[in-house]
Structure formats: structure tokens, C-alpha cells
Design a protein around this ligand. Structure first.
Ligand code: ASP
Ligand code: MG
Length: 465
């Protein structure tokens, strides 16, 4: 059985919808489809919620949303089209009630916010199911709150409770497939045990697809998008970057977390637990094998497989003489950031300083949050802004002599200063920061060092043993 996940960019035009339909039709296996909201829809809902709004703006907004989805339906008039339009209208009516509700009460809780955001996927599944039915498949839209994708209560960034999902969604989806149906499942949201809708984080449909794969105990999970797969580096920075055939779960997780915008970092976890492959596929080149992420730990002769980056980070350094001896110091610093909702990319500690890497945009919140700690913990702090975080990834990194030296020599040869290094936590990745202005040079230098200036497509995944 295959899980086919389509992102918003696959629901962007008549052409992409046509390609999507063809991919599903040509998939010669039992299948479950998982879809994101159509391109731009979640953003437009989010934007509408973020501004003060008048009652009379709601109708215009909803009309646009409705037309956008109706226009994506198969053009041929008939009973099926009529039914799909009715389904869309029913969803829009529910959304309308919610929008009036929050406008009257002038209140938007995280819970209601998640419920409203889920409508992008509720609508897109109707469209996709209708397109597939038009091609002769028995496709049925299925909403993840109805079929029991249970999550914790962390609104906006919920985590699936996998054993409960397996118990609920597994049998529901298996039964549908057994009947010959093609379930078209909503990505992006689930439901708490107490019955409230939760979203799993922006671009989270990859994660939903992995949870579906886990629940069915089936795979591969194909992630269909508009790019080839994971690359040896960002082709916008490195002209001779090439596509990677295989990655281990750990490599993919590190790359996804540290900037490669190919896969949602959390999608790896459920797939790894069941040993299910994730395959990144290009909607515009369906014949291309894409990048396969799975159990196989393929090492390249030169160890490094890819170099990724996060372009806007800052190092927040907290100084305290004797920080190394004060028990709970690191916990207090990270707790302070956690409570302020600030994500920490990486951390390093020394006798007198704890340094954490955060998104540049979070610096003002971090300073505010940190004031509370000053005096009791931490004597002073210093923020190093305008940094970029570079991540080099390869299975076998942690066990091979001389790789780090080659990375840092290549970078030093370009006169780039390395600020903070984090190595050893992961056996497959090294991270370090450089000044943002040196980002392109650094990525290029590492790529040149390990792959020379020409394409080495054939040796990209050369096993050493
Ligand atoms: N529609 C959601 C978003 O835009 C989820 C997704 O695209 O995967 O974030
Ligand atoms: Mg999206």
C-alpha cells in the first residue's frame, strides 16, 4: 500500500491538479492520499484572522475561498459536480459561523484558531476526491478529526499520539481501501482526546502523512512536491549541487531541521518507528526515482552527503562565572526560552557561558524573557546577530577521522571565521555558525572540498562497504 501526500503547490493550477490526478491513477497499488490545503489558502485564512475585521468583510473573504475551490473542481456538469459544490458550501457555512463568532466576541483562542485553520484541508480534500472520482476512482474525502488522529493538546504544534492513531485510523482506512475506495485524508490537523481540533504546525501535512503510514503499518510514504528531492546543497547557492538518491532517517531529520525545505522535520519520526520508507517525488518528473529516506545507512566514500543552512540565526550568550558548576543553570536558561515560546536550534556550554542559537526574529522576545533571570542566574548576556547556521550531514561522520578538519580547513581557506561549533551530539551531523555575509562562500567551499567543481552524480551515494 502506498501513502501519497500532495502539498499545497500540487493544488495550485489546472496543470498541477491534472498531474496529481495522473499520479494517483497511475499508482498501481492500494493507496491512501493525504493532502494539504490548496496553495496560499492557509496563509490567507491566517492573515484574515490576524487583522481586526468588520462583519461585512467576512462575506467577501468566504466568497473568494468558495470560488477558488469550486474553480478547481472538474468542469463537467453533472450530479458529482453538484454534490462536490454542496460539500464545499457546507464547509464554507461552518467557517462563516466561526468567523462571525470570533468577530462578535472579539476573541480568538489558540483552540478556535486551530479549528478555523483546519478548513483549508477540509476544502482541498473535497476538490481532490472529486477530481479522482471524475477519473473513475471511488475517492472519498476523510477528515482526520472524524477518523481519530489523536494528538496532545499543544494547539498550533500538536504531536500525534501514535498508538491511539493506529487504533482508530488504521482500521478505518484499511476498511475503506478494502472496499476499493481511495481515501483522501486531510493533512495538518488532528483532534485531542477531549474532542478539540489541533493543528500540527505549519507545513505539517508531511507529518500527517507519516502518521497515516504508521497507523496503517504501510508504505512507502511518497511526498509529492515541485522539487526533485534532497540535494547535496541548495542549488540557489551552489550551481553544481546534485540530487541525493538515498538518505538515512537521521540524515534526513538533521537536514530537514537545519534548513532544507524539502520535508517537515517531524515526518521522519513515525516513519522510522515502523521502518517505512519516505520517498520525495517531483510532480513534474514522476519518472525520476527521487530521494529515498529509509533504514539503509549508505555512506559515501567522502562521508559528507549534504550541506544545509539556516540563514537568520543569532547566538544568545549568557555569562556567569562558574556557570559550569551551578547545577540547573542550563535548565534555567533553556526553560526561560521555552516559556517564551522560543525554539533553540542548538546549545553549547563552557565554564563561564551558555550559548544558545535562536532565530534572529526571536531576539527581542529572548531579551525580554531573559530579564527575569538576570541577577539570580546569569550575570550578563551578549547577543551575536546576523549569523548563519551551517549543517554538514553524513552517516559515518562521527566515526571517521579527519572529516571535521577538512570542513574547517576548507572554510578557513576562504578566510571565513567560524563562531560556534556543535559536534558530537548527532553522529551524523556537525553544525557551526558564520557571519551571514559569508554564508554562500562557506557552503560553496564545503561543496568544492567534498565534490570538486564538477558534478559527481554517479558517485553521490557510492557505498564504501
Ligand atoms: N496547509 C498547512 C500550511 O500551509 C499545512 C501544509 O501545507 O502542510 O501550513
Ligand atoms: Mg502549505
Amino acid at each position: 500500500m502506498k501513502i501519497l501526500k500532495f502539498g499545497g503547490t500540487c493544488l495550485a493550477s489546472e496543470d498541477t491538479l491534472h498531474r496529481l490526478t495522473k499520479v494517483v491513477k497511475d499508482t498501481d497499488a492500494d493507496k491512501v492520499v493525504v493532502v494539504s490545503a490548496a496553495s496560499g489558502v492557509t496563509n490567507s485564512i491566517k492573515e484574515f484572522l490576524s487583522k481586526p475585521r468588520q462583519e461585512n468583510e467576512i462575506d467577501d473573504f468566504l466568497l473568494k475561498i468558495k470560488l477558488r475551490h469550486v474553480e478547481m473542481l472538474p468542469k463537467k456538469d453533472g450530479q458529482k459536480r453538484k454534490e462536490a459544490i454542496e460539500q464545499i458550501e457546507a464547509k464554507v457555512t461552518k467557517l462563516e459561523r466561526l468567523l462571525y463568532g470570533i468577530t462578535y466576541t472579539e476573541e480568538l483562542t489558540p483552540r478556535t484558531n486551530d479549528l478555523i485553520l483546519s478548513f483549508g484541508e477540509r476544502l482541498s480534500t473535497i476538490v481532490v476526491a472529486s477530481r479522482l472520482s471524475h477519473e473513475g476512482m471511488d475517492a472519498v474525502p476523510m477528515e482526520t478529526d472524524a477518523i481519530g488522529m489523536i494528538t496532545n493538546e499543544q494547539y498550533g504544534n500538536a504531536i500525534a499520539i501514535l498508538d491511539k492513531c493506529e487504533k482508530n485510523m488504521g482500521p478505518a482506512l484499511h476498511a475503506a481501501v478494502k472496499k476499493g475506495q481511495v481515501p483522501v485524508v486531510t493533512g495538518f490537523f488532528g483532534i485531542t482526546d477531549s474532542g478539540h481540533v489541533t493543528t500540527v504546525g505549519r507545513s505539517g501535512t508531511d507529518y500527517s502523512a507519516a502518521v497515516v503510514g504508521y497507523s496503517l503499518g504501510a508504505g512507502p510514504i511518497e511526498i509529492w512536491k515541485e522539487v526533485d528531492g534532497f540535494m547535496s546543497a541548495d542549488p540557489k547557492l551552489v550551481k553544481d549541487a546534485f540530487m541525493l538518491d538515498t538518505l538515512s532517517y537521521e540524515e534526513a531529520a538533521e537536514l530537514a531541521y537545519f534548513g532544507a525545505q524539502v520535508l517537515h522535520p517531524r515526518a521522519v519520526h513515525p516513519a522510522r518507528l515502523k521502518g517505512i520508507d519516505i520517498v520525495i517525488k517531483n510532480l513534474f518528473k514522476p519518472e525520476s526515482p527521487g530521494t529515498v529516506i529509509g533504514k539503509s545507512k549508505m555512506t559515501r566514500k567522502d562521508i559528507i552527503k549534504s550541506v544545509s543552512y539556516v540563514p537568520n540565526v543569532a547566538t544568545f550568550k549568557v555569562y556567569d562565572t562558574g556557570a559550569g558548576y551551578k547545577s540547573g543553570f542550563l535548565a534555567d536558561v533553556t526553560d526561560c526560552f521555552h516559556k517564551a515560546g522560543i525554539n533553540i536550534f542548538s546549545a553549547a556550554t563552557s565554564q563561564t557561558c551558555v550559548a544558545v542559537l535562536i532565530d534572529e526574529n526571536d531576539v527581542p522576545h529572548a531579551k525580554k524573557a531573559f530579564k527575569v533571570l538576570m541577577g539570580t542566574m546569569g550575570e550578563s548576556y551578549h547577543v551575536v546577530s546576523n549569523m548563519a547556521l551551517i549543517c554538514t550531514v553524513g552517516e559515518g561522520f562521527g566515526q571517521t577521522k579527519g572529516v571535521a578538519a577538512r570542513v574547517f580547513n576548507a572554510v578557513a581557506a576562504k578566510s571565513v571565521n567560524v563562531d560556534l561549533i556543535s559536534a558530537g551530539a548527532s553522529m551524523v551531523a556537525y553544525h557551526f555558525t558564520v557571519d551571514k555575509k559569508d554564508l554562500k562562500n562557506t557552503v560553496q567551499a564545503i561543496h568544492d572540498e567534498f565534490w570538486g567543481k564538477e558534478l559527481h552524480q554517479n558517485t553521490a551515494n557510492n557505498p564504501v562497504s
